[in-house]
Design a protein around this ligand. Structure first.
Ligand SMILES: Nc1ncnc2c1ncn2[C@@H]1O[C@H](COP(=O)(O)OP(=O)(O)OP(=O)(O)O)[C@@H](O)[C@H]1O
Ligand SMILES: [Mg+2]
Length: 293
């Protein structure tokens, strides 16, 4: 239980309505069938031209993310994790290479509202209550008020914040605020969730709890998640694919696939399977000189 007494996962209740009820279509696919590609990047490079000269933020990145994946990018500060997420979200343009998101350009995917974005800080408006913070993207999209209310209600329930609609952000703990931002990113029902160190500023106990709850949310909704982190345990615990990155220039050193049970809990981090993958991530970081002075 989190210190605030609330979790992120949907409560177990057979007759409870979830805002994302379709079971993932790929889940029923025959074994060996390929899942739809959500992100496909080939030979992607991005160089920032600055007054001090070029900064090679990404170099020759190839990446495949399939529907229903939970992919983590892990690497030291400055290795291009946020830049990669921003390219997927059409907030940066690659200098070279190509990328598609849901089979179209990142620009078209953005216009289609194919993804929700969760930032490191919750970025809630202090003058809007929780309900109106979550409703903001829906207001911008022109969703009618009644439908808006229903979507906000069901998504606050999904992150276990039912009853907090009229509170203001400053009346909530950091973990609760981050759950509000997750509800906001999910409320227009994108199939892709981009998360840039969403729990980086939280203490370890809250973070552990939200990791567990996010895993359940992912298993339940079948969303595709691309998650940025500095933390080896967080990456290994959450992901079915871990992308290890290295700096100067930012590139991919290793991609590790895992096949852990989806109902794993925090104790799973003490198993030999977990420790073996964590070791491989650390080796990848070392090979990429992430531990050098
Ligand atoms: N708008 C920009 N202009 C110039 N350089 C930039 C810009 N954005 C990022 N960079 C540089 O690109 C590199 C990659 O930055 P990025 O923010 O992607 O790293 P990161 O892996 O997310 O780091 P952190 O873990 O600290 O968040 C860094 O060297 C950074 O200084
Ligand atoms: Mg970053």
């Amino acid at each position: 239980m989190a210190p605030d007494g609330k979790g992120l996962a949907p409560q177990e209740s057979p007759d409870r309505e979830s805002p994302d009820r379709e079971s993932p279509d790929w889940a029923a696919a025959p074994e060996g069938a390929t899942r739809p590609r959500v992100v496909e990047a080939r030979s992607l490079s991005l160089t920032f031209e600055t007054a001090d000269g070029p900064v090679y933020a990404l170099s020759d990145v190839d990446l495949d993310v399939e529907r229903g994946d939970f992919v983590s990018f892990i690497g030291p500060s400055g290795c291009g994790k946020t830049t990669m997420l921003r390219v997927i979200a059409d907030l940066e343009q690659p200098s070279e290479g190509r990328i598609t998101v849901n089979g179209v350009s990142p620009h078209e995917a953005r216009l289609n509202r194919d993804y929700g974005y969760v930032f490191q800080a919750p970025a809630l408006y202090p003058w809007r209550n929780i309900e109106r913070n979550v409703a903001l993207p829906l207001e911008i999209m022109g969703v009618p008020a009644a439908e808006r209310r229903e979507k906000v209600r069901s998504h606050l329930e999904l992150v276990n914040l039912a009853g907090f609609e009229k509170k203001f952000p400053w009346q909530l703990s950091g973990g609760m605020q981050q759950r509000v931002s997750i509800a906001r990113a999910l409320c227009f029902e994108p199939n892709l969730l981009l998360m840039d160190e969403p729990f980086g500023a939280l203490d370890e106990i809250v973070r552990d709890h939200l990791n567990e709850q996010l895993l359940r949310l992912w298993a339940k909704t079948g969303k595709t998640v691309i998650f940025v982190t500095h933390s080896i345990p967080e990456a290994v615990f959450l992901s079915n694919r871990i992308v290890v990155m290295s700096p100067r220039p930012g590139r991919i050193i290793d991609v590790i696939e895992t096949d852990f049970p989806t109902d794993r809990d925090l104790d799973f981090r003490e198993t030999a399977d977990f420790l073996e993958v964590a070791h491989r991530v650390r080796e990848g970081l070392r090979a990429g000189h992430s531990y050098d002075d």
